[in-house]
Ligand binder design. Structure first.
Ligand SMILES: CC(C)(COP(=O)(O)OP(=O)(O)OC[C@H]1O[C@@H](n2cnc3c(N)ncnc32)[C@H](O)[C@@H]1OP(=O)(O)O)[C@@H](O)C(=O)NCCC(=O)NCCS
Length: 429
């Protein structure tokens, strides 16, 4: 067997042999296929990168057909059950599990960088009363680059490390403050005696009490949700981080771009859309009519389907378990019944079966977030906090990858050519 592809160009009859490495050909190798020397070489057309690898990566492995997700080789199920978010963050960033000393040092560093410059608070307070927290988060993460101008020295490993620590540490602070903002409540400073998710809950919900004591089951469920969202290889927001990062900008600006991508309803905004959909359906009797509408193409069943998973999203299974833990504390969310029935019907329906549409991570996460009394606008902020170590691990891999270049896709130009410009005063005469 030869690891190559023989291509015959029927326009010219010429044959080319293109090497196959790791199941891919280099798109640039197609450039030699031309009808004449002065003609452009053959290119591929791939909107949405559905079959184009943009990098080599050793961070996250997904087998969408089998429903497998692994971070640095460790199955998501084991990490969700036995690890915690900061250990998973360490694993993603460093590539390996920490020793006890490394873990303690890492947790210490993250815990002691949770405070932000007081001026950050000042400008966050300047947002309109009804500002979307994702807009606030995106802007404030971008603004951090102005507080840490040395973050531009991305070639310096120590400098990269401190910015990574800062971002993982400060994200809950910024996320919680954007939540408090909409409620007109004072921003709560971090409490460095608390764990990562307990501290986040404290900054979200603390009022006049001296110390906020989160229910450990809620803190644990939130930690698991962060783990489940921590990375997902080359998804839209990670691609945004890598694409922007490929210009060698500082990591705050690159992550701010990722937050922007995550904001969209087809990506991180889907759990908000799921909840709105469940509310609209309201009760089990309305499900058949709704499903008919989806099948007629009038709308989508939000929280179903995935570009990569053509099987049950492994994260959705773990979230279902977290639902039970959270509802034990908060009482059952009445929309759970609608969601479960919707899932049951969809999994048996020919339309969904044929297209391999299964529940994804967003299908149940919104129900948990709502039970925790988060308004839907906050759901994507929670996703962003969880995804931060993944974005940063991917950014770190990018900036150290000698193969990488500034992202600059090709286009197929379809517009007009060589028109003669007529000045406005003549056109409008
Ligand atoms: C996630 C998503 C954007 C992936 O899209 P994609 O890989 O581009 O898949 P396509 O849009 O090409 O869908 C393939 C087919 O399944 C259908 N389909 C995909 N997701 C669907 C959904 N949620 N409800 C109904 N039909 C759906 C499409 O209409 C298409 O059908 P067709 O072949 O008859 O045209 C898409 O499944 C979706 O919009 N899901 C809902 C939003 C969501 O939950 N996003 C969160 C992802 S974590």
């Amino acid at each position: 067997m030869t690891d190559s592809l023989t291509v015959r160009d029927n326009r010219t009859g010429a044959e080319y042999e293109i090497p196959i490495v790791d199941g891919t050909i280099r798109a640039a190798d197609l450039g030699q296929i031309k009808t004449a020397d002065d003609q452009p070489g053959l290119a591929t057309y791939d909107p949405g990168f559905v079959n184009t690898a943009s990098c080599r990566s050793a961070i996250t492995y997904i087998d969408g057909e089998k429903g497998i997700l692994e971070y640095r080789g460790y199955p998501i199920e084991q990490l969700a059950e036995h690890s915690n978010f900061l250990e998973v963050a360490y694993l993603l960033i460093h590539g390996d599990l920490p020793t006890r000393e490394q873990y303690d040092q890492w947790v210490h560093e993250i815990t002691f960088h949770t405070f932000v410059h007081e001026n950050v608070k000042g400008f966050m307070q300047g947002f309109r009363y009804d500002a979307h927290p994702m807009g606030m988060l995106m802007a404030s993460v971008g603004a951090l680059s102005t507080f840490y101008p040395e973050s531009r020295h991305i070639e310096d490993p120590d400098n990269r490390h401190i910015q990574i620590v800062r971002m993982i540490a400060k994200m809950p602070t910024l996320g919680a403050w954007s939540f408090r903002h909409a409620q007109g409540k004072p921003y709560i400073y971090p409490d460095n005696e608390l764990s990562y998710s307990e501290n986040f809950l404290s900054m979200l919900f603390k009022m006049s009490e001296a110390k906020y004591a989160a229910d450990p089951r809620i803190a644990k469920a939130l930690d698991v949700l962060f783990i489940l969202h921590a990375d997902h290889e080359q998804n839209c927001s990670t691609n945004a981080v890598r694409s922007v990062g490929s210009s060698q900008v500082d990591p705050y600006s690159a992550v701010a771009a990722g937050i922007g991508a995550l904001f969209g309803p087809l990506h991180g905004g889907a759990n908000e859309a799921v909840l709105k959909m469940l509310r609209r359906i309201g009760s089990k009797e309305n499900i058949p009519g709704f499903i008919e509408g989806v099948k007629n193409g009038e709308e989508r069943l939000m929280g179903f389907g995935h570009r990569v998973y053509k099987n049950y999203d492994p994260r959705a299974k773990i979230i279902k378990k977290a639902c039970d833990d959270v509802f034990e504390v908060t009482g059952v969310n009445p929309l759970l019944e609608v969601a479960q029935e919707l899932e049951k019907i969809a999994l048996e329906d020919e339309y969904f079966v044929k297209r391999k549409l299964y529940p994804n991570v967003d299908f149940y996460s919104g129900l948990i977030y709502e039970a925790l009394e988060f308004p839907p606008e906050m759901f994507t902020v929670l996703f962003a906090i969880g995804r931060t170590p993944g974005w940063l691990a991917q950014w770190l891999e990018l900036v150290q990858d000698k193969d990488q270049k500034i992202a600059r896709p090709k286009q197929i130009y379809t517009g007009a050519r060589t028109l003669d410009f007529v000045p406005a005063e003549k056109r409008w005469a």
